[in-house]
Design a protein around this ligand. Structure first.
Ligand SMILES: NC(=O)c1ccc[n+]([C@@H]2O[C@H](COP(=O)([O-])OP(=O)(O)OC[C@H]3O[C@@H](n4cnc5c(N)ncnc54)[C@H](O)[C@@H]3O)[C@@H](O)[C@H]2O)c1
Length: 242
């Protein structure tokens, strides 16, 4: 049965990237339950929602996707730059092409997305860029991903300053370990072990991030911009055991 919300996004038009699965899917579903019209964008098929094809690394693809959204719904009030890839590769093993690809999708993608939607956004709009705990700390064997997620935080702050005079807010969410297809291969069989290492004693679920995105998208966050919201069950607060 479809979830009943309380209308916290009533009347708003939202684009969520990477909405075919994982956190993007949860955000699209929760936003819709809270009254938003949601355009679900992905390289994968999202035809069961109000879906549109989008490769976030291409400005042409952004132009086409935003044109569809604006044609259908007239404007954009919320953009969640959620799509990303998580390729394995350390400083010795990552090729230049691999490094450029992860930056293209994870860091250039949100930049292109903001530029594409801004002409259709007005005062009160909200942009949410999904970074990671890898935006504040490195991970072994993920040099490109870590660099991209640090970059997303900088992009967020600079854009927030540029857009504050127009009443458009830009914030980053830094998820901890979230149970999605992105990390499933890396954590297979280790779920309980990883959960016990997190202060809240479990891995995050996509809904945990969607709830935070809902808050930042809503007018409840009207005076919040240029900030990082860490959503990680306390993971970043811990000192590693020696
Ligand atoms: N899962 C985690 O533990 C975790 C932790 C921290 C941050 N994050 C971040 O959260 C966000 C969502 O991740 P997830 O865990 O739901 O991952 P996921 O892999 O389950 O979903 C990512 C979605 O992005 C889409 N995508 C990939 N490349 C794309 C492109 N070029 N254009 C359009 N869509 C594209 C995929 O098709 C997929 O539907 C990502 O930004 C990720 O970096 C995830």
């Amino acid at each position: 049965m479809a979830e009943q919300g309380t209308g916290r996004l009533a009347g708003k038009v939202a684009i969520v990237t990477g909405a075919a699965r994982g956190q993007g899917r949860a955000e699209a579903e929760l936003f819709a339950a809270e009254g938003a019209v949601v355009v679900a964008a992905d390289v994968l098929d999202v035809s069961d929602l109000d879906g549109v094809h989008l490769d976030v690394s291409s400005s042409e693809s952004w132009a086409a996707a935003v044109a569809v959204a604006v044609e259908r719904h007239g404007r954009v009030d919320v953009l969640v730059n959620n799509a990303a890839i998580y390729p394995k590769g350390g400083i010795d093993s990552t090729t230049e092409a691999e490094y450029r690809q992860v930056l293209d999708i994870n860091l250039v993608g949100p930049f292109l997305g903001m530029q594409a939607v801004l002409p259709h956004m007005g005062e009160g709009a909200s942009i949410i860029n999904i970074s990671s705990l890898n935006g504040v700390a490195g991970s072994v064997d993920h040099v490109g991903y870590t660099a991209s997620k640090f970059g997303v935080r900088g992009l967020t702050r600079a854009a927030a300053l540029d857009l504050a005079p127009r009443g458009i807010r830009v914030n980053a969410i830094l998820p901890g370990v979230i149970d999605t297809p992105m990390i499933a291969p890396a954590i297979s069989g280790l779920e309980d072990y990883i959960g016990k290492g997190i202060p809240m004693q479990r891995m995050g679920q996509p809904r945990d991030i969607a709830s935070a995105a809902l808050f930042l998208a809503s007018d409840d966050a009207a005076w919040i911009t240029g900030t990082d919201l860490i959503v990680d069950g306390g993971h970043y607060a811990t000192v590693p055991k020696l």
